[in-house]
Design a protein around this ligand. Structure first.
Ligand code: FE
Length: 208
């Protein structure tokens, strides 16, 4: 048994010009797949049957196994990221999610502005996150492969991949245009709202 590349939860052309089928071919089909393959390769000698991806990430982090941590964490981060996206349909946060956003940021627009600023300002590779921390929403970013899976109390709601491989085809080097295009148009707010139950980490987990 081994870890697998999860299917995209939408068709390759569903995100329109905000994230093209060609980007998804590379980002999901090559980059994400490479993290899956490398994780499996690094685990080839180990008895994996039934182990969860989250357990592997935490064990690799605790044990200082950098290559295994980087690849397995990226496997999880991307598996979570795809679920955060949906076809552009004028969607916006509603219900309890909208209330929590208003409590922490004033308005959805203010929250989005803060998340965009974090994503654009994050130096080099990494991920911008909207998280639930102690019952409140907050915005942060993590470097390289780092992941909420290994941060106690950080419950992931929404992420945006700001590695250059996420935008070089559709946006060249223009990270601000990518951030704007995705966060203003193709966020799956229903998935974000689901994660208010604190179980977001399990939604991108899998068993080998
Ligand atoms: Fe990526």
């Amino acid at each position: 048994m081994a870890f697998i590349l999860p299917d995209l939860p939408f068709s390759k052309d569903a995100l329109g010009s905000h994230m093209s089928a060609e980007t998804l071919d590379f980002h999901h089909g090559k980059h994400h797949r490479a993290y899956v393959d490398k994780t499996n390769e690094l685990l080839a000698e180990q008895e994996l049957e039934g182990a969860s991806l989250v357990e592997v990430i935490r064990r690799a982090g605790d044990g200082g196994e950098r290559a295994l941590f980087n690849n397995s964490a990226q496997l999880w981060n991307h598996s979570f990221f795809w679920q955060c996206l949906a076809a552009p349909d004028g969607q916006c946060p509603t219900g309890r999610l909208a209330e929590l956003i208003d409590d922490s940021f004033g308005t959805t627009d203010s929250m989005l502005a803060a998340l965009k600023e974090e994503a654009v300002g994050h130096f080099s590779n990494g991920w911008a996150w909207l998280v639930l921390d102690g019952g409140k929403l907050s915005i942060t970013s993590l470097h390289d492969s780092d992941t909420p899976v290994v941060h106690e109390g950080m419950k992931p709601l929404l992420t945006l991949d700001v590695w250059e491989h996420a935008y070089y085809i559709d946006y060249r080097n223009a990270r601000p245009d990518y951030v704007e295009g995705v966060l203003s148009n193709i966020v799956n707010w229903e998935f974000v709202a689901q994660n208010l139950d604190g179980q977001g980490i399990s939604r991108a987990d899998q068993s080998a």
